[in-house]
Design a protein around this ligand. Structure first.
Ligand code: TXA
Ligand code: MG
Length: 334
């Protein structure tokens, strides 16, 4: 794939950047991923409501595991279509939003069910923000629906603050980079979880603890910063049902009276051994498999079976991330 860079110098008189916006929106509507400037760092954006498009983000970033993504809203009206706000926290949340949005503050809130599991890595919470970058804001508004966008770097590298950094990281893996010059803040947004009158800071960023302390009691939960592998974060969805990882379910036989469900990679033969079966991708497509992974795990988890048997995916590309998640689910790693 050839990566094209399109310059977007915001025209204050015309107050729009039509050419770059049109191209970006066209790719996003087609289920593609595009790199976009925000006020913090460049992000790699995809349609939140299209799980296969979201899977392409993980593929391009070569994330060896799945980490929940930030959802960027077109406007405030989208907030409660994506997240639930409990009455206890509503007052504080509304004040924070009035003060800091649009801007580099991300809120972790309960998720609404329209948010695909791959976006939140299976969690019940979702991270949301509204970017104040004029180009990003124009693109997400024109697109008319939220965009998932992590930093546009490959796994384990620093976040990109110029279009050239993005090109260095992702050339040949994404169709389009919108170049609007260096980003203003150069570090990622502050992430908080408001709980009642308390505010947990999950990641420090441009909005400081001092600024936030006006709105509630601050608790800095930075231990996650010391964890190098994101998959080790405690905030990862874990099925309640035991999971057993196998290379091929053909050679698996349940114990007497054991009720088993199957999360399959391979075509299933002799499926009667299982109460329920979900095949990650009929076409053997890793992107589609990644997009289905957390949803299927949840669907099998609520069946109240004794065991979920999960087949390993091929250990390349997104397959490694799928297997990593399955290994954690099987308890080998957590
Ligand atoms: O400034 C930013 O926030 C940039 C721009 C592009 O918006 N984005 C960004 O995304 O830094 P990313 O994916 O590189 O970092 C997002 C962080 C991850 O560490 C992830 O674990 C955390 O947000 N996160 C996302 N959803 C979460 C959730 N539901 N609960 C806890 N942490 C969450
Ligand atoms: Mg990042």
């Amino acid at each position: 794939m050839k990566t094209e860079t399109v310059a977007a110098i915001y025209d204050r008189r015309r107050r729009s950047q039509t050419a770059a916006t049109d191209r970006a929106v066209r790719f996003l509507r087609a289920g593609e991923i595009v790199a976009l400037p925000t006020e913090t760092v460049y992000g790699l954006a995809a349609d939140v409501l299209n799980p296969v498009a979201v899977a392409k983000i993980f593929e391009a970033k070569e994330r060896p595991t799945f980490d929940p993504l930030i959802v960027h809203l077109p406007d405030r009206d989208w907030l409660e279509r994506i997240a639930k706000i409990d009455n206890q926290s509503r007052k504080v949340i509304e004040k924070l939003i009035a003060q800091f949005w649009p801007g580099p503050l991300t809120l972790v809130l309960d998720r609404q069910s329209i948010v695909p599991e791959i976006v939140t890595a299976g969690l019940d919470t979702v991270a949301v923000r509204i970017s104040e970058h004029p180009i990003f804001a124009e693109i997400v508004r024109e697109f008319g629906s939220p965009l998932a966008a992590p930093s546009a770097n490959r796994f384990g590298r620093v976040s990109p603050t110029t279009a050239q950094h993005v090109l260095d990281e992702l050339s040949g893996r994404i169709p389009l980079i919108v170049d609007a010059g260096p980003t203003r803040h150069g570090i990622e947004s502050t992430i908080i979880a408001p709980r009642g009158g308390k505010i947990d800071i999950l990641r420090r960023g441009p909005i400081t603890a001092e600024q936030l302390s006006v709105f509630g009691k601050i608790d800095i939960v930075t231990s996650r910063e010391n964890i190098s592998a994101p998959g080790q974060l405690p905030s990862h969805y874990a099925p309640k049902t035991p999971v057993q990882l196998v290379n091929d379910a053909q050679s698996f036989s349940p114990k007497p009276n054991q009720r088993c469900a199957l999360l399959a990679w391979n075509a299933v033969k002799n499926g009667r051994r299982f109460i329920a079966i979900r095949r990650l991708s009929e076409r053997g497509d890793l992107c589609e498999a990644a997009a289905n992974l957390f949803r299927f795990l949840r669907e099998l988890d609520v069946l109240d079976v004794d065991l979920i048997v999960a087949e390993r995916a091929p250990d390349q590309g997104l397959g490694a991330a799928i297997n990593d998640r399955l290994e954690r689910a099987s308890g080998r790693d957590d």
